[in-house]
Structure formats: C-alpha cells, structure tokens
Write a protein that binds this ligand. Structure first.
Ligand code: ADP
Ligand code: ZN
Length: 728
C-alpha cells in the first residue's frame, strides 16, 4: 500500500503547471495516500496535482498551505510515477508536461453523472440556415467526436434550439451516454481460431512470457496476413486469464471498426477504445475503468500508454515500425520505446508486431535483447504477391498522365475477372505543385516553407505542414495574371480522375483521409469496399495499413521512387517498409496477388531488394551503412530544435550553442548545424535544428542537460529536445 500522510503532515505535490518541481503542502483532514489526485491552492488559483512523496521542507514551514481536497479518482500507482519520471528524464521533458499526458481525462475526480450527448446523424435538414450550417461544419470537422449540448452550441456559435431543431430533423443524433457503466467482461476462455503449427508455437511462447510475470520484449515478425494478430490475441487472452490488463497499441488510422469487431468476436465483448475520436465523456469513463482495473483490454493510439493501468501484464505494439508512434508535437516521445520502458517498470510483456520491423527493433533482436518469433507464411491458401517493376523510362507517358499502358492492361485483366485492383500513391490532394505559367511562381504557404497543395475536392489550397488553407485563387497571387495557374504532378485525386477516364465503366473509390467528413464515414466506405462495393481503389498511405480486402488481387504503386529522394538516412528503410506493406494488401484470400511498382530507377538497390523480397539482405546492408555512419541504432542522436518569429535570432542562438559545446565534447559527442529544421517554418515560426551525435554508451541526456539545460531564452525563442529524431 502506498505511503499515507496524516492530517497536517508535510507532503509534496506535483502539478501540471510549468513550475518544474513539486511543491510542499500539508495533508488535508482525513489524510491522503501518496499518488492521490488532489486539488491544491497555487497563488490565488486552485489546481490539480498528484501527491508525489514526503515534503521537501525547503519552504517556510509556517506558510505551507493545506491540500484543499482529495479528488474522487484512483490514486496514481508508484510504478506510474516512476514511469513518468523516467520518461521525462529520457526525453528531457519537464515532469509537469509528462504528467499532463497522464491526466488527460476531463473532469477527473468529479463523480460520474448521466448526460445527453450529440453527434452527427444521417438525416438531411429540410432547410439549411447559416446557423445550422455552422453546427454541421463543427460536427464534420471533429468527425466522430460527440458533444454536450452546451459544447456544440458554443462551438458553432448558435443557440441550443438550433441544435434541437437539427435533432428533430435527424441531422444530429441525441444519445444518453451510459458513462461509468462498467465494461462487459471479456471471456478469454472462448476458443480462438485453430492455429497453424507456426502460429501455435509462437502463441505458446507468448503465453509462457505472460505466465512468467516478468518483463520481456518479443519481436513478432511475419508477413501481412500471416496471422500475427491471431497470435498476439492469444497473448491477450493469457494476460486476461491471469487477471492482468492488456493494452494493444495501433497506429491511429489502423484503429478500424473491422479490427474492433474482430477483437469482440474473439472475446465476446468490446474492448475499451482510446483515440482522438473518443468523446470527452467516454474518455473519462475509460480513464476511471482502467484505473479501477475494470477495463481488461484497451485498444488505443499512442496516448493510451499513459492510462492509469492497475495491473498491466501485456503491451502489444502493432505495426511497431510505424512513424506515427513518434509524437512530433509537444512532448516528443516514441510510444514504442516508452511501451518498453513502462513494461520494464511494471513487469509486463511487450510484443512488437510487424511485417517490416524498424531497424532499431531489428538490431535489438539481433543483439539478443528481444526475443524473436517468426511467422514465415501467409495463412491458408494466400501466398505472398508476385512482385514486378514497370520501367517508366519505357512507358512514354505525357507529362500529365501517370498510369502506364502495362499497368492499364493488368488492371483490365482484374476487372474482367471480377477482382479488385488498387492504385497507390502516397500524396494527398490533386497536385503537389500549383505553378503559374505566366510568371513561374509556385504557390507557397504564407506561414511555412511548404508548397500549397491543391485539393480539388475541397476547392482549396491546403498546406500539409500547418493545415492553413485558402480558396483556390483565379489569379496568380504573385503576378496577378488570371487563368494561368496549372497543376503539376500527381496527387491521389488527380490519379482518380485519370482512372475515371481510363475505366469509365468501373466503380472507382478514392480513399484519402481529407475526402471524408468524418472518421465514421471513412470507416463505412472501407467496410463497403471490403465487401466489393468498388472495382478500383485509389488510395494514399491510408490504405496501406491493416485493412483486409479479400477481392483485391493487384496493387499498382504509381510512384515507387517517391520516398527515395531527399537526404534522409532513413529514406531507404521507409520506402522498403511502405512498399512491402502496400504490396501485402494484394491476394489475401483465395486469389493470388500481384504487386507492380512503377519506377524510373529499377536498378536502385532498395527497389531491387523490394522486388526480390530479400528482406534479411536488405536489413543487413542497411545495418552496415548505419553502423559505418555511427547513427541509430548503432549510435545515439538527438535534435535540438530552436524556434522563434525572428529568423536571425533563432540562428544566432543556434550558432551560440554550436560554439559553446564543451559539455558535448567532454563526452566525445559532436554537434552539427545549425541548419534549417526538416520543417523549417511552421505557423510563422522559424525552426532551426542542431543535431548531436554520440557513441552508443554515452549518457547523452546528461550531456545535453549540461549543454542547454540552464539556457535563458529571450523573447519568443523556444527550445525543444528531440531524442532519437525520426530524420537525420
Ligand atoms: P496479420 O496480423 O499478420 O496481418 P492476421 O492475424 O490479420 O494477420 O491474419 C490474416 C487473416 O487470416 C485474418 O483474416 C485472419 O482471421 C486469418 N487467419 C489467420 N490465422 C488463422 C487461423 N489459424 N485460422 C483461421 N483464420 C486465420
Ligand atoms: Zn503552412
């Protein structure tokens, strides 16, 4: 049991306020435990905090105030406090900011109550007024989120009667939310699928791990469709059976209805779901249920890692190589690495599942730090797709067309057999560049160093960096000549247009996240496609992950070279993973699949490795290059990102730091830069990056703290540390 503080005893409370340290208070009447969520006075305000430990006594003892009240929430366990401390130390994040990630449940501590909630309905209002339009726009913007009446009417700037009117018309749904209703119990004893020999072996190893009640990490590698999910659900069953909680992390876009239904089928009840589409009220319910140990299984996006599990026995990180596990805003952390940290503190097992593991994980497995399990073949009759290249130098296409004759014939053949084909391009919007043919200007974002991308579907130009958008102009913003703006290059919408012209009879579904009003609409579309509602699927990265299209037998990659340009050392790894992932979509059921890559560089080593399916050879070569360069996973790296509205001041600070690098040199670390950051300007702020490189054994965080820790930042200058940056 956690330490108890009697009324009046000195204790310290960590709040989420940016103070950097815990403050002393006196225990309230009735006392409180370490870890309790409390409300404390801070100056004239009341703020929320967590009882962190005994008081430091470094403050005038007569002035120490009392904790106002203990909130009605399960106390934070010691292992959670330890996790936050170590995660903060690893990422060089102030503890209050880390704590904020763990307290993201609104109304934490208030007793549960019933409320009506509102979300988008299916009806169409008979009359569309401006006010109604605003309500619908809010619902559309927030996708699946539900609101209270007050939230929704305030956000739309309308009276509540406008919302009520829409409810009457069925355009808005009104629901009673059964908030703190407990989750239905999962039944881990239900039989799963009859496993193949390979699968059963892997599942047995994972079950053993759970039984050991100790920490351990396993890489579960297997091609798409080999049954990794089936296997790790066995580990979930074992954990639940042992009375422990389980967490499955997925990239946000792989968190589909399809997946949740599959889990429900396996365990006879729905798991808790945690991601950005979950309503505020539902969040609070889940947070409490997890904290009381009443949610046995959570399926969530990366932030689910900070839920208050009482008895965590297993964390699965599916698609562990996925770059979306790295949070790039606010606290910069990699959920995969933090999962391993959290599990090691609470004695849980970790399963990292992927068809194409990250080089980091691959190296840890090679070094024996992670156990390694392999599923070598696809389940059932499905076999790996045949891979082929289409040499675009021979295709003779005009500059505004991207589907080669050979690709067209292949698609034709699938259509004739009643199968599905997919054309993949990793670019949202209509065209990546909008060029003025009068003056040569390429329309850029006013806020960022990025080009504006035309989205014809939205009739707008959109900046993919900062989200800024504006109506598509008639005239060039630079020379003001009208009618000369031209799209250059392909985006998914433009590819859809080309396909529609080539196959006027076919049912074509273009899948891109921004073409759907809500996550729900998109999920419905995907479910329809899986059942055969489309002949040709045109898609971005969105379709590369997790979805199961049984009738799909051809995947055509329109521009396989796209990821290979640029100087990023991780480019090869990314391209390799993405191409393998996309190709894996083809031929998951009875019909064998084919994946065709359109490329201008068929002899490029990465393209050749993809075509030959030489995974081990590819990784070994890639590992060799990284080792040679002394970069992760064979060396350590950190980025220092400086930002501010005045470019010169940002660079001055960068140069100052680069010159005063004694703490780094003391440990043999090198600093590179300052150079413009990979995203050089965001929302009007200039960004500059310094890269630090050190040997594997160096205590990099300590050196970085000594280097930039005490720095006083003038004006609006900001500094962020990015441990293990995604690009270098
Ligand atoms: P992965 O996670 O490796 O992509 P899945 O676990 O999703 O693979 O399996 C691919 C498909 O094969 C799924 O539809 C799954 O239900 C099915 N499947 C895999 N293993 C079995 C099995 N042993 N028995 C029946 N179906 C299976
Ligand atoms: Zn922008």
């Amino acid at each position: 049991m956690a330490e108890f503080y009697h009324h009046g005893e000195l204790l310290s409370v960590m709040t989420t306020q940016p103070l950097g340290r815990a403050l002393d208070y006196r225990a309230p009447e009735g006392g409180c435990h370490a870890g309790a969520f409390v409300e404390v006075p801070l100056g004239p305000r009341k703020v929320m905090g967590v009882v962190w430990g005994p008081g430091a006594g470094d403050y005038d003892i007569n002035k120490v105030r009392h904790v106002i009240r203990v909130l009605d929430a399960p106390p934070m366990r010691e292992e959670m406090r330890e996790f936050l401390l170590r995660a903060a130390a690893y990422t060089l994040t102030p503890l209050p900011a880390m704590l904020r990630l763990a307290t993201r449940a609104p109304g934490l501590g208030d007793p549960p109550s019933m409320r009506k909630i509102y979300r988008a309905g299916d009806g169409v209002p008979s009359r569309m007024t401006d006010a109604r339009q605003r309500v619908m726009a809010v619902l559309e913007e927030y996708g699946d989120l539900a609101f209270t009446l007050k939230e929704l009417s305030e956000m739309a700037g309308v009276t509540s009667s406008v919302v009520k009117g829409l409810v009457d018309q069925g355009a808005v749904r009104e629901e009673e939310s059964p908030r703190d209703l407990p989750f239905r119990r999962l039944d881990p004893s239900l039989p799963g699928k009859a496993l193949t020999e390979d699968q059963a072996k892997a599942a047995a190893v994972l079950r053993e791990g759970i039984k050991s009640e100790t920490y351990g990490t396993t890489l579960l590698r297997g091609v798409t469709g080999s049954g990794k999910t089936e296997v790790y659900l066995e580990a979930v069953a074992a954990a639940v059976q042992a009375g422990r909680q389980a967490l499955v992390l997925l990239p946000e876009i792989a968190l589909t209805e399809q997946f949740l239904e599959r889990v429900e089928e396996r365990f006879g009840a729905k798991p808790a779901e945690w991601h950005s589409g979950v309503t505020m009220t539902e969040r609070r319910r889940i947070w409490r249920m997890v904290g009381q140990g009443n949610a046995q299984l959570v399926i969530g996006a990366r932030s689910a890692l900070f839920l208050p599990f009482q008895n965590l026995g297993l964390i699965v990180v599916d698609e562990e190589h996925d770059t979306s596990y790295k949070q790039e805003d606010g606290v910069l952390y990699n959920a995969r690495d933090m999962a391993v940290l959290r599990a090691s503190i609470c004695g849980a097992q970790v399963v990292l599942a992927s068809a194409t593991p990250s080089l980091e994980t691959w190296a840890n497995a090679e070094a024996g730090k992670y156990r390694r399990l392999e599923l070598t073949s696809r389940f059932g009759p499905a076999v790996m797709p045949q891979m082929g290249a289409i040499d675009m130098r021979q295709a003779g296409l005009p500059g505004d067309k991207w589907i080669s004759g050979e690709m067209k014939r292949e698609v034709d053949a699938r259509l004739a057999r009643g199968e599905q084909a997919m054309l993949f391009i990793n670019r949202r919007g209509y065209a990546p560049v909008t060029l003025c043919r009068a003056c040569g200007e390429q329309i850029g974002c006013d806020q960022c160093d990025a080009r504006m991308v035309e989205h014809r579907f939205l009739k707008r130009l959109v900046c993919h960096q900062c989200g800024e958008s504006k109506p598509m102009p008639e005239a060039c913003p630079s020379c003001e000549v009208e009618g000369k703006l031209a799209p250059v290059g392909p985006g998914v919408e433009r590819l859809g247009e080309e396909a529609a012209a080539l196959w006027p009879e076919a049912r074509i579904a273009t899948l891109s996240s921004d073409m759907y009003g809500s996550a729900r609409a998109l999920k419905a579309e995907i479910a329809g496609i899986a059942e055969g509602a489309a002949d040709i699927i045109i898609g971005t990265q969105l379709v590369a992950k997790g979805h199961n299209f049984p009738k799909l037998t051809l995947v055509g990659v329109i521009d396989a070279d796209l990821g290979l340009t640029g100087s990023d050392l991780r480019a090869a790894e990314r391209t390799f993973q993405l191409m393998r992932q996309v190709a894996g979509r083809a031929g998951r059921a009875e019909a064998p699949g084919t994946a065709l890559l359109q490329t201008y560089q068929p002899e490029h080593p990465v393209i050749r490795a993809i075509l030959a399916g030489e995974e081990e050879a590819f990784w070994a070569a890639e590992a060799g290059e990284r080792r040679q360069a002394g970069v992760p996973p064979y060396g350590r790296m950190a980025g220092i990102i400086l930002s501010g509205s005045d470019a010169a001041a940002v660079f001055d600070l960068g140069n100052h730091l680069a010159r005063h690098d004694a703490p780094l040199r003391a440990v043999g670390a090198q600093v590179f830069g300052p150079a413009p950051a990979p995203i050089a300007r965001v929302r009007g702020r200039h960004r500059v990056r310094l890269l630090v490189k050190a040997d594997k054994g160096v205590a990099l965080q300590e050196a970085l703290s000594r280097w930039v820790g005490g720095l006083r930042l003038k004006g609006d200058l900001r500094l962020a540390v990015d441990i293990d940056p995604q690009s270098f």
